[in-house]
Design a binder for this molecule. Structure first.
Ligand code: A2P
Length: 277
């Protein structure tokens, strides 16, 4: 009855495994996917978690270690499933593999959400800006589906800057879906009509071109939207993009008189870097 010594060990169940339910490829560099949500996972819209896959076996020991990266949860806190938006890096340790996941596959998800792009880190205000570049739109994909966003503000402006028009498609479809979602319309008592979408491209012509930083410095975005400007009395902002974008935008917002907030010390704006796998 004792196990025979030559019996191979049973494969260990993946720790914190979740099942992929949907995958969408947007460009050769961008994809999004949805997976099951652990029953115990509570998070605030805008937070991130560590997700990943089991790495290749160590050639010496045969042991496998999880390969994890930080990913903003792109779905809202009320959703039964979780959604993520990712870049594909051909030689990226994780995303070179993750880009090939299919419905039914398992991923690893550590159920410990954290992050600064949350409503709790901002003082009350009238207008909320979500400034994003590239995959930095992910936390705002969550927050524009979060009823509290529309309860707390009179106007919500989502800016998304990408190199090319095709890179905007995930966000564009999301905004369209949010605006026509009956349940969200009911949940927010029509508040989703407060959402303004301002997409721009930098390396391909489109309806609005230019870096968001330049559009803010020149005042072009304010003229486009019929807004006088950004002030600490009325405006709050969340920023998510590359390190360069975050640094430049922080300086611009500080120039308007906004101060950086945190969970423990709310103020007028918060920043987080977009995670790249
Ligand atoms: P640009 O094309 O002028 O570099 P990336 O794909 O490199 O992450 O960039 C995503 C978008 O963010 C691009 O449109 C890029 O513009 C823009 N971007 C990158 N760095 C900055 C920055 N420091 N300030 C403003 N926009 C930036």
């Amino acid at each position: 009855s004792a196990a025979r010594p030559d019996t191979p060990p049973a494969p260990k169940a993946l720790p914190d495994a979740q099942t992929v339910t949907e995958v969408r490829h947007w460009t050769d560099r961008l994809f999004s996917f949805r997976c099951t949500r652990p029953a115990s996972l509570r998070f605030r819209s805008g937070e991130f978690v560590m997700i990943g896959l089991m790495g290749d076996p160590d050639p010496a020991t045969g042991k496998q270690k999880p390969l994890l990266r930080a990913y903003s949860i792109a779905s809202p806190a009320w959703d039964d499933e979780l959604e993520f938006y990712s870049i594909k890096v051909q030689d990226g340790p994780l995303t070179s593999k993750l880009q090939h996941i299919q419905p039914g596959d398992q991923i690893i998800l550590r159920p410990k959400p954290v992050g600064t792009l949350v409503h709790d880190a901002l003082l009350p205000g009238k207008r909320l800006w979500f400034f994003s570049t590239g995959t930095g739109i992910a936390p705002f994909a969550s927050l524009i589906r979060e009823p509290q966003t529309y309860e707390d503000y009179e106007q919500v402006i989502l800016t998304h800057t990408c190199r090319e028009v095709a890179d905007l498609e995930y966000g564009r479809q999301l905004v369209e879906q949010v605006r026509s979602d009956e349940m969200l319309r009911e949940l927010t008592e029509g508040g989703i009509d407060k959402l303004v979408y301002y997409p721009t491209t930098t390396r391909e012509p489109s309806a609005r071109t230019g870096r968001i930083t330049d559009l803010l410095r020149s005042g072009e975005i304010f003229r486009d939207l019929g807004i006088e400007g950004i002030t600490p009395e009325t405006d709050r902002a969340m920023v998510c993009g590359s390190i360069g974008l975050n640094t430049d935008l922080k300086a611009i917002l500080e120039g308007f008189g906004l101060r950086e907030g945190a969970n423990s010390d709310p103020a007028e704006y918060v920043v987080e870097k977009a995670f790249v796998g």
